[in-house]
Design a protein around this ligand. Structure first.
Ligand SMILES: [Zn+2]
Length: 439
């Protein structure tokens, strides 16, 4: 048993005072007391304690593009060519090194769980690795080394567009058809259950442009309804136009017709939606994974997050391409996008932003994470209330003033994993990138 005590902690959607959090040896919260003093032997946490942040959308290897794609202008589609160039170079060894570094970076920033939207399945010539699942096992080992809770979303990726086969750069992402992907997913679930039971295996369809209509329908009929399902949705107007031209439906309407729109669906980006799309996603109780720093970086646009929340959708956050790996900046960028698009302030309250960072991602990662409550994992991040950025802030509004620089301690499953930006097992994150990845 371990007990933590904090002057302030985020309990039931607000700042509570004098909070004692007791955790079992296996890292689950067994008791929470408020308005209480620090006892002998308690681990004292100085600052505001938040539940560990939940990163609902990651492509680990995209971190390689950070700070290297800004020279020649371009668009989402030209950025994608640079991303394909990096994906072509990956092998299980380099994928594990990169993922270890980026997951460690996430942990040090305050993220304690991640949904990895993984599609680099096969060798560059598209042949399956032998033994199988080499890339997926590399991600599982990386997450174990970093101490982050991994939800591995194995992605179905079958076409380059409506009626178009995979391009050469995409061939290593693909499977022969939906049945082959479902079979590989089933095999992966068995393998990880044996070797990495800590990993939650989920599924993704890359996008409506990458999975043909008949395959979407088969997946809707056959995929285990108990596992998380993610999809990139309407990130670019071009996807919507191609979908309407090919099917007569918007991407959201196509997912609904295919039996994929439900409360277990996490729709990533959801940037370019019409009124019917918003109503349908809200009525389904889907999770919407906004990735505001990525959407700004790629020039995607500002999605209708407030309207989706008002319609009934759950808002989560993801770092996607990792141009920024900072939970507090991600939450702030969600609100800033809303302000810039609407001309109004306070579109999401500070409490709603904390919710998006934490319990908003629970369904997306298929875990009962994101709240300081009995029975939940003891995942904590501590925000310094007295830094250059935060001194004088109302503790309830720190989500709008702090950055990851102010995350002083990160505890996952009751175990300390990072202190002031340094990973307790893997060391300073910059060193990790320089020595292990970029050398
Ligand atoms: Zn993505």
């Amino acid at each position: 048993m371990t007990a933590f005590w904090a002057e302030r902690a985020w309990v039931e959607g607000d700042v509570a005072h004098g909070v004692r959090i007791t955790a079992s040896a296996d890292g689950v919260i067994t008791q929470i007391d408020t308005d209480t003093g620090c006892c002998d032997g308690d681990e004292r946490l100085d600052g505001l304690v938040l539940p560990g942040a939940v990163n609902a959308h990651s492509h680990a290897f995209h971190r390689l593009l950070r700070g290297r794609t800004h020279a020649d202008g371009g668009s989402f589609w030209t950025w994608r060519e640079l991303m394909y160039r990096e994906s072509a170079r990956l092998d299980p060894v380099s994928y594990e090194r990169i993922a270890t570094a980026v997951y460690a970076e996430m942990v040090a920033a305050g993220w304690s769980a991640v949904a990895e939207f993984h599609y680099v399945h096969h060798a560059p010539d598209a042949r399956p690795y032998d033994p199988p699942h080499a890339m997926e096992l590399a991600l599982a080992r990386a997450a174990r080394a970093a101490g982050i809770r991994l939800t591995l979303l194995d992605t179905c990726y079958l076409s380059s567009g409506f009626g178009s086969p995979l391009e050469p750069a995409q061939r290593r992402f693909g499977d022969a058809d939906a049945a082959a992907w479902l079979a590989r997913l089933s095999s992966l679930r068995s393998r990880l259950a044996e070797e990495h039971p800590e990993v939650v295996v989920g599924a993704a369809v890359h996008s409506v442009r990458a999975v043909p209509v008949d395959a979407l329908e088969r997946i809707g009929a056959e995929l285990d309804p108990a596992i998380p399902l993610h999809v990139h949705l309407s990130e670019q107007p071009g996807e919507n136009e191609a979908c309407v031209a090919a099917t007569g439906l918007t991407p959201t309407a196509l997912l609904a017709r295919s039996g994929l729109l439900s409360s277990r669906l996490s729709a990533v980006h959801a940037t370019h939606l019409d009124d019917d799309d918003i109503a349908a996603l809200g009525a389904a109780g889907a999770t919407i994974v906004m990735c505001p720093t990525t959407e700004a970086d790629l020039g995607d646009g500002v999605g209708p997050a407030r309207r989706l929340a008002d319609a009934g959708a759950r808002i989560a956050l993801g770092t996607d391409q990792h141009a920024v790996v900072d939970p507090l900046l991600e939450a702030r960028a969600l609100e800033h996008g809303e302000r810039l698009a609407s001309g109004r302030r306070g579109r999401f309250s500070p409490a709603e932003l904390v919710a998006a960072l934490t319990r908003g991602g629970a369904e997306a990662v298929g875990r009962r994470v994101g709240a300081l409550a009995v029975g939940r994992p003891c995942d904590l991040l501590v925000v310094d209330e007295a830094s250059a950025r935060t001194a004088g802030s109302d503790p309830g509004q720190l989500v709008l003033s702090a950055t990851a620089q102010d995350v002083t301690r990160v505890i996952i499953g009751g175990r300390e994993r990072a202190i002031r930006g340094v990973h307790t097992d893997l060391g300073p994150i910059g060193d990790l990138w320089r020595k292990a990845v970029l050398a």
